[in-house]
Design a binder for this molecule. Sequence first.
Ligand code: NAD
Length: 471
Amino acid sequence: MVKICCIGAGYVGGPTMAVIALKCPSIEVVVVDISVTRITAWNSDKLTIYEPGLEDVVKKCRGVNLFFSTDTEKHISEADIVFVSVNTPTKTRGLGAGKAPDLTYWESAARMIADVAKSDKIMVEKSTVPVKTAEAIEMILTHNSKGINFQILSNPEFLSEGTAIQDLFYPDRVLIGGRETPGGQKAIETLKEVYSHWVPEDRIITTNLWSAELSKLVANAFLAQRISSVNAISALCEATGADVTEVAHVVGKNTRIGPKFLNASVGFGGSCFQKDILNLVYICECNGLPEVAHYWKQVVKINDYQKTRFVNRVVASMFNTVSGKKIAILGFAFKKDTGDTRETPAIDVCKGLLGDKAKISIYDPQVTEDQIQRDLTMNKFDWDHPIHLQPMSPSAVKQVTVTWDAYEATKGAHGICILTEWDEFKQLDYKKIYDNMQKPAFLFDGRNVVDPEKLREIGFIVYSIGKPLNA
Ligand code: NAD
């Protein structure tokens, strides 16, 4: 029986390994993590992350050929294939701070593999890493192991949170990069065999190591760039009376462009887009390509601009002050169908409103009060000026309440900001909400989920991203 060990039981490691276990009954899969809390949750009925369909998959395989453990050394040493799916956040200090990824977790995982390995292994980069990381890893492994053969493969993950299981079941492509040596090619074939249990052959792409590592960064940069492009145009639409939904529809009808990822919004979030673009910017700078770095930097700048623009619109619309006013925040996660709040635009919007002394009442179906308190009090790294911005003061955070109901959150509010596109926000009884709000009642739709005309008929003053104000 082939044995797989995955280091890192997070948003990627957990779901990816659960699907491999489900689709490959002949393979034993063990997911290990240094976090006891995470492993305990994976072994319980309350999984550590919310992801549609995940619970089902885990329940089918857990204890059969899927295991979660903190015994990292044992399972690495027994595995034939070791996936590394640890976090690679942006560095907050030292060389490259604010742009380069922090590879501390990576390096310690690689050193641990070298330490405990007793037989030849394939090591698979699942985390998103800078191009040429495999070279550094090879160095660590070969200098620290005793005659063991390691083959490094790059197999970046393209799932997106909220649709992870669907993405893993029916991937657009699986990418495997390896050395062009006989050993490298054999390792590629071994991993290909795992995926071929359910992924059609024509969807498995093999490349050299550096193309695979770089492709993941570029794919995320292109996705984020589309969002920033349409968001930049949304500002122009508001200034001219054009409607960004109509413009995006027309533009997306061109088959060379396509309709996906052209929804204007308050901005992108999540743990990957900003981090991966900044990583790309840093790599360009290190390779003497400042103009290319500048180009990609603008994608993040426009995203920041969009969040600031949204806050300014809220404050300006409400007679230039939100001081003492209750603002309901509907949605805090960075997108629907996930409880993940990493880099969510809601953090910046809430901080902006709290900075103007608003009282905030938040409702999100999957985000806990602890998460929100942590996010609002956490230092936010300013990537352009490598210093830490001040977290919210305890007195400002006291102005935040978290509710488990949209009606409760909006009761007595002067305004509502919709910041996540949860389906349930389309179905709310807005007449009831309007009746329980202060007047004039404002609604700022940061995801364009409600029909502004219907809400205006009720009496709301509505601001939708990139749409005419008085349509
Ligand atoms: P995560 O923070 O949810 O999970 C990482 C896990 O690794 C944590 O549980 C942490 O405790 C564990 N870990 C760190 N060092 C360890 C060690 N030495 N031994 C054992 N466990 C260790 O991160 P994530 O969202 O799963 O992302 C992982 C990687 O995948 C990142 O590089 C990310 O950029 C990439 N990625 C993420 C997504 C996404 O949607 N989240 C999608 C594609 C790729």
